[in-house]
Design a protein around this ligand. Sequence first.
Ligand SMILES: *[C@@H]1O[C@H](CO)[C@@H](O)[C@H](O)[C@H]1NC(C)=O
Length: 356
Amino acid sequence: MNSRLTLTCLFLGISFHISSCFDPISLGAGAAIGVGSAVIGGWTFVQCRIFECCNSRWVNTNMTGLASRLESQLYGQHLAVSTIAKHISAHMRNPNPTKALGLSFQGWTGTGKNYASQILAKHIYRNGMRSKYVHLISATREFPHADKVQQYKENLKQWIEGNITKCERSLFIFDEMDKLPNGLLDVIKPYLEYYEDISGVVYRKAIFIFLRTLDAHVLFAFTSNTAGQDISQIALKHFHSAQAREDLQLKDLEKEITRATVNTQKGLWHSELVTKNLITAYIPFLPLERSHVKECIVDVLVDKGYLKSRKERKEKADLLNTIADELIYYPNDEKIYSTTGCKRVAEKVDFVLEDI
Ligand SMILES: *[C@@H]1O[C@H](CO)[C@@H](O)[C@H](O)[C@H]1NC(C)=O
């Protein structure tokens, strides 16, 4: 603010040959204000060419191409790709949405929940995950102690209000929802409601994404009521029915997801966000098959320069199999799904290449 004022002063000083910039008598007050605000406006314009601002230069609302970008980068997630693209496009296109968008991504580890939110951030914000309007909030990093919930609630409220006041089109990604202290999320509730505004600030243009990881080992070992288990079991049943994976539809999973979500006791799932239907959509991330894991391996090999392009994979079938063999698959007898999805692929690639 200070530097702006000085600059305005300097500019006025030069153009009107006035010695005292702030002397109201030597300046026609009206003219001063007019010229002053024009200069500030011009300065803001220049500033926003260089530094990130909350405008269309830095925040893209045109979501054309998002679906194909998600599709080409996320393997084996046809349901997630289409539903995410639909909800995000509709929300970004609307200059006046009725409520903030709340999406819950859930599924096994390594199935692309984090990755999908990064792709979204890159598509919307010119600075991607580095944008000052994108907030990745990790439960274990930011809120490690269950007994400090009261203080965390205060912090979280301030963050949301402070950040959305700066930019209505802010993106909040809550990682590790399953580890969030109970009750904390109820703080978010007002910002996901259908309020016109809260103390003059409009929260309806913001996007909240909740990532919830479910552990494959646990899922297959117990028959508890978690959503991830139902996703994987429905997927497995579908797999056995010999239908194409892509024929699995959201409605096949929806009932199970909602039922399981409301019944479980942890984090988000205990919160009013769920019981009051403030989450716009629950998006299932299906367990990844061996063929999807190989796609991820190819990406890593290209990334490391071991392959020049994805096309070269054909000559490397054995290598891909060797690396894919390093991962663990479930169920034990059939070995269909990678328990860690694509998560540990990079380290397995290093491990295998070490021996070559
Ligand atoms: C915005 O959110 C971040 C957390 O991502 C927080 O550290 C920061 O203080 C918030 N800014 C404001 C103005 O509240």
